[in-house]
Design a protein around this ligand. Sequence first.
Ligand code: AMP
Ligand code: TRP
Length: 353
Amino acid sequence: MSGNTQVADRATAGLPQKGLRPRVLSGIQPTGIPHIGNYLGAMRHWAAEQEQYDSVFCVVDLHAITVPANHHPAELQDNIIGMAAALLAIGIDPQKSVLFIQSHIPAHAELSWILGCVTSLGWLNRMHQFKSKAGEDRENASAGLYTYPVLQAADILLYDADLVPVGDDQRQHIELTRDIAERFNERFGPTFIVPAPLIRESGARIMALDDPTAKMSKSHPEGAISLLDTPSAIKKKFARAVTDSERTITFSPERKGLYNLLTIYQLLAGGTDEAIEEHFAGKGYKELKAELTELLVAELAPIQQRYRDLVGDPAHPKQAKAALAPILLEGAARARPRAEATLARAKNAMGLG
Ligand code: AMP
Ligand code: TRP
């Protein structure tokens, strides 16, 4: 998709022109320190492509309250600030990108209601994430968890995003967002940009180190390396990472544990599959794991330093909040008019208000 095609599409649809750079929106839940799956699959690209795209990033706190067992009011505030600090630490520049907290912009909740009225129950019933998060006891899952993807669609459509850079686990939610936008546009006339997922070929699904058949996730910290892990914790986690009993180091997707480690290696070191295989010819897992540790420690050191500078003493989270508040207020001030303009367009198209 070229930027120019997008601009032409907008003009014919009577939608707002936004300049030549495609717009990107992504969100992350404030549910603790991100892991290297979040980083390599999504966040790193957000930071690297801020010049290329007109970028909007949002800490989705309203999504974080959909699972009551994980919602501790006293921790949520710190997690929101912690996630904003993590985004700044990995290189999101508030001068280049819009960075804000979802609940600061009421239009998200309002558009979510409206979109819920053009979303079929059948569509929501197919969502994998709901099924896995609700678990066995579906009757007791919250209505918010069920309509979670509708709120996500509102996040995306409010900012006229062309592209949504995410990990592979979000593919279905972006497809649903497209279905919702298309149905709305059919019923009420051209209103929303229909966004496309931006999912990388490599790194979009980093697997758990202790179980390479499951994706790395915040809910299973034993298999994950957090962006704030110490060098010795990183060394230990790679040392324990599941591999196999074969001797050669090659990129074979069937050798799941090794393939995951080589993918992480390639994302950090660069180079083709062949060059990496050649580099490790005659070497064993011990060398691979030692090099991985060294590369990741070096990648994370400046991020950890920036995080500490921003957050200060973790025992005094209020100081961090005070330090970040002006950045987040400014982000919300820039996001709000865009969101309100889209909401007004949608309400107008539907005959509301
Ligand atoms: P979340 O922490 O669930 O809000 O996810 C934030 C971003 O990280 C989303 O774009 C996810 O798709 C992505 N992500 C989460 N887990 C992984 C993983 N194991 N590998 C690659 N990307 C991931
Ligand atoms: N559901 C996403 C996740 O779990 C988070 C999210 C919420 C999001 N709103 C979004 C991602 C909008 C991309 C765009 O990772």
